[in-house]
Design a protein around this ligand. Sequence first.
Ligand code: LMR
Length: 334
Amino acid sequence: MRTFAIAASIAVLALGLAAPASAQSPIVIKFSHVVATDTPKGKAAEKFKELAEKYTGGKVKIEVYPNSTLYKDKEELEALQLGSVQMLAPSNSKFGPLGIREFEVFDLPYILPDLKTLRKVTEGALGLKLLKLLDSKGITGLAYWDNGFKQMSANKKLITPADYQGVKFRIQSSRVLQAQFKALGSLPQVMAFSEVYQALQTGVVDGQENTWSNIYTQKMHEVQKYITQTNHGYIGYVVIVNKKFWDDLPADVRDQLAKAMKEATDFNNAQSQKENDDALAEIKKSGKSEIISLTAEQDEAMRKAMEPVYKDAASRVGQPLIDEFQKEAKSATN
Ligand code: LMR
């Protein structure tokens, strides 16, 4: 019996050694994110899966876990560093707890007039420099994916800066966003994305800021009476992988994945605007939330009220970085 078992395991071993590459089990990449599949990031993650599996001829299998089904905001970054998950795409606003504050420069109110300017920054030297900061945390930054501009929602009409006084807002884990709401006299509260809907529904917080696609796919418009079209800030993502995992991949596989990532990025950035436009149209159609537009004067008053955030952020992300960002952004509009 024992001899048989030994013989059998030797045979299995020999088979394993002689097995052709195609019979080997694929390299699995778990890609976790917190939004719905039907969003810019959700769709881009699916696109990356499709292309990565195609280009690697099945050597790599991508398992996408949307909607915080695997990890929530803070946990997912810890899990990536531990190697329990290989790929994520957190928003720029979520790197602070990791000790990397610089991505919060993207959170500065009104720093980006449009997506064209954003691309100029992310695709230029500054974008690359920021990605490099992740190396020291055992993380490799692969790409920037857009979402879009944020709107303010609450159960009261938010028109003038005074309307924000004393309102409890859910924020992402960014000190710049905290400063933004403090400048408005609001009470910001950091909360995982997965908990926002319920917190709004039960009144744990009164309001939140997000893109149209996130508001719509999380059904926030069903529990918020008003959404003010402020476009005051930006949400976008950094696609990241565990550095050791990435560096240890066979070179040909890494190249194929990089190609898939490049194409998924182009795909994402070509459709993010439309996703948000469509979500806005759906929210309007639902009639569940009143959409408020600001006049030029009201918009100006909001900009003025949020100006102090720049000074506050200088001590956080550094004035030279803010200057460099604004210089690159300006060169895009010229
Ligand atoms: C949020 O937490 O509001 C967003 O960053 C969620 C996301 O990933 O778009």
